[in-house]
Structures are given as C-alpha cells and as structure tokens.
Design a protein around this ligand. Structure first.
Ligand code: ARG
Length: 458
C-alpha cells in the first residue's frame, strides 16, 4: 500500500499493533456504501470516466453481496476495513479500482463510516428503548392500585402506588430517547470530501454524496470534519445515562426480589440458582446490568481521555474510538434486550407491598396533616405525630391500631375521622397534586407516556 516511499515492510508485531480490521470489519457495509456514493460522485463530476465509475460501483456491489452471502471472507491480514475493500476491488476489476481513492483519504472515509454505522445502531437502540418503556408502562397499568411504601434514604417514607414508582422509570427512558435523537441529529453531518484534512483540488460535490448517504448536511470545516469525534462521545454519554437508569432500576429489582422485601418475583427465565444453596433464586440479569454500567462509563472515559490531548487533525490515537464506542453499543443493546422481558415477566406481589406499607409509619405525615387540618401549626403537629410513632414502636403497634383515647391524651383535636385520614389507601390517594401518586395523576402520566411514544393521538 505504501509503495513508493517505503523500502521495508512493517515489522509483524507492529503490523498487528497497527491493525484495526478485527474491530472495524463490522463497518464493511457502511464502508462499501460510502465508497459507492463516492464513486458515483467522481463519475458525475467527471473526475473518473463513466466506464471506470460503473466498473467501480459494480465491483463494490459485488463485494458487498459476496460478504453478505459469505462467499467472500474478510482478510484479517489487511490493516483495516478500508484497505481490505480497496484491495479486493482492485483484485477484482484491475486498474479502475485504483481510481476509487481519488479525492478521498481514509481520514474522511473512516469518519463517514462510523457516523453511518452509529446512526444505524442508534436507530436499533431507539427501538429497544421503546420496547422497554412499553414493558414498564404495561406493568404500571397492571399495578395502578397496588400500594407500596415510597422510600427516601431507603427508609419507608410515604405511601405510593407501585405504578408511580414504575412510571418514574418511564420518564427517565423517555428523556433517554430524546437525548439519543438529539445526538443523532448532530452526528448526521457528512465529513466525506474533507479528504486528509484540507479538502481537495478536485471538483468534488460533497452535497451530492451527503444526500446519497442520507446525511442532513456537510461538515463546514474540513479539519473539523476529520478530527471530530464529538458524536462518539455524545453517544457514549447518552449510553452512560441509559445505563445509570438501568442500574438504578436493577438495584431496586434486586432489593424488591430479596426475602427482606418480596415486592416482586422475577421469572425463572431471568434468574439463576446457586451451585451450593438450593433455596436461592438470584437476580443475575439485574446484577449484570448494574455491573456493566461501570464498563460503559469506562468506554466514555477511555474515549474522552484518548481525545483530550490530540492536536488537529487526524492522529492514529483516534483509531481507539471504535473499540470504546462499539463496546458501548454492544453492551447497551445486550442490557436493553434482556431488561425489557425481565420487566414484563416479573410478578408484582401487592400483598407484600401493602403489608410493608402498613408497618412503616408511613402515615405519620398524614397524622400531622390531620392536626394541621384542625388548626394546629405544622411543627407542633409534627412533634405530636412523632411522639405517637415513638409510643407505637414501644408498644409494638401501628398508628391505625392506637385507640382514640390514647390519641386524645396528646391532643383534643383528634376525633373518630382520624382513622380514615391515616388509612394507607386514603393517604396515597390524597396525594392528588399534579405529578403526585394519586390515581388521576397516574392516569395522566400513563397518557403522557403513550402520547410521547405516539401510541395515542393527543
Ligand atoms: N483504521 C484507521 C482508523 O480507524 C483509519 C484511518 C487511517 N488514517 C490514517 N491516516 N492512517 O482510524
């Protein structure tokens, strides 16, 4: 390839070190598609003859078809996918193949390939996120009236509906969808024609290749076009946030499926047993998702660190972008694929949720609010409610079970209607403020999620 300048072949260890084909071969389709557009442009602009242009395009189409059918195998001895395709083309069509790389460099070629590759992957991830939101939403619709304790500091705090907790995750994943679309929007700009870094003296038509390849426009500065990997960093940031959400959800699923909570039971298909303890049913999938979150953060950190000291324009360090971003893509896809069905098949256990809701004094705020309703200042009411909780703990009982006479010892304002006010169901339902846990808010949230997904017209 370097014929002319070099006297000696690359040392074989150095050759392996330099090579990227083991990981960039996955972009073969984008590479060939990009080359077909480039060849079409060279022909249209009179930079190569009609006949050569046609030969190149047919040759490339043949290579793509043969790779897809398995008739052609990637030669992992090539330095990268770009070199492999070009060499294969020349071996198939001879001289004309050597004209493909006119007015192009691997620097703009690789930049256009990754953008197209990631654009396709982002579309797939969008579909997986939507499937996950639908799975969570459907669980929420089925658990709309299941009461559970809501937590702060992992201490039982106030009664909520299980659906409210699940819908919180729907909101996170909707924002992830939005962030993904936003990253793709900036990614979808064509660097093709930036060439090595400075553009070219050939009369190329960049807008033409950009439109053939489905880009929304062309990079305005050729140095930026070949140096920019922001879109990889942005995508990995989006992935990191998706993973952070999945990891928090995993953590809750792990807690909820423990004997200490037993709010849900995971389906056998998404749990494993222990090799020694026969009673165990381990939430491995959720744990792995939580674990793989660190790995995706690592991918983002590796990429940002690789880029931070680079002078413009292309530097070979940038070849390191691919393993990081591809690992992020693969990991997020695997996690989403297993997560959605794990959520759809998990069985909520409303009885246990309710029992936990009844024993955590999570109506203590409501007892205070009751006194406030009768005219007492909140701080005074708060203190009385706290004293009543302390008494319950001492007597091993709950607020609902204390006789009215006891309440009266603390305040004359207590009357029979107190019991309705501190009933757990009433307490959840009363929180009917916008975005609160009340049924009306839940219905509004469900409608919102559906409208965002285009499942209903609104
Ligand atoms: N394999 C290279 C990469 O992934 C392709 C670009 C090489 N360009 C160069 N001037 N060496 O970054």
């Amino acid at each position: 390839m370097w014929a002319g300048r070099f006297q000696k072949a690359l040392d074989s260890e150095a050759d392996d070190f330099n090579s990227s084909i083991f990981f960039d071969a996955r972009m073969y389709k984008q590479d060939i598609t990009g080359s077909i557009a480039h060849a079409g442009m060279l022909k249209k602009c009179g930079i190569v003859s009609e006949a050569d242009g046609d030969r190149i395009i047919e040759g490339l189409q043949g290579i793509l078809a043969d790779l897809e059918s398995g008739a052609l195998k990637i030669d992992y001895g090539a330095e990268d996918i770009h070199m492999f395709v070009e060499a294969e083309l020349t071996s198939r069509i001879g001289e004309a193949g050597k004209r493909l790389h006119t007015a192009r460099s691997r620097n703009d070629q690789v930049a256009v390939d990754i953008r197209m590759y990631l654009r396709d992957e982002a579309e797939e991830i969008r579909g997986l996120l939507i499937a996950l939101i639908k799975a969570v939403l459907s669980q929420a619709e089925h658990t709309k009236t299941c009461i559970m304790p809501g937590y702060t500091h992992l201490q039982r705090a106030q009664p909520i509906y299980f659906a409210h907790q699940l819908l919180a995750y729907c909101m996170m994943f909707l924002r992830d969808l939005d962030r993904l679309a936003d990253a793709v929007k900036r990614m979808n700009i064509s660097p093709l024609g930036c060439c090595a870094l400075a553009g070219t003296s050939y009369p190329i038509d960049r807008a033409y290749t950009a439109s053939l390849l489905g880009f929304d426009g062309v990079a305005m500065n050729s140095i930026d076009g070949v140096s920019d990997r922001d879109f990889c960093a942005e995508l990995l940031s989006v992935f990191s946030i998706i993973m952070m959400h999945l990891s928090r959800f995993s953590e809750e699923i792990i807690l909820w499926s423990s004997a200490e909570f037993r709010f849900i039971e995971l389906d056998d298909a998404y749990t494993t047993g222990s090799s020694i303890m026969p009673q165990k049913k381990n939430p491995d999938m959720a744990e792995l998702v939580r674990g793989k979150t660190g790995r995706v953060y690592g991918d983002l950190t590796a990429l940002l660190t690789a880029l931070k000291g680079l002078p413009l324009a292309y530097n070979k360090d940038m070849q390191e972008d691919k393993e990081a971003v591809f690992d992020g893509v693969d990991t997020v896809k695997k996690c989403l694929r297993v997560f959605a069905p794990m959520v759809s098949t998990m069985k909520p256990l409303p009885e246990n949720m309710k029992k936990a809701a009844q024993t955590g004094f999570i109506n203590a705020t409501d007892a205070a609010d009751y006194l406030v309703g009768k005219g007492m200042p909140f701080r005074a009411a708060y203190k009385i409610s706290g004293q009543l909780v302390a008494l319950c703990i001492e007597k091993n009982t709950v607020l609902e079970a204390l006789p009215l006479a006891v309440y009266k010892e603390y305040s004359d304002l207590f009357a029979e209607d107190l019991y309705e006010a501190i009933n757990i169901e009433t307490c959840a339902e009363k929180r009917g403020s916008a975005g609160g846990t009340g049924q009306q808010s839940l219905s509004a949230q469900i409608a919102f999620v559906k409208a965002q997904l285009g499942l209903t017209e609104e």
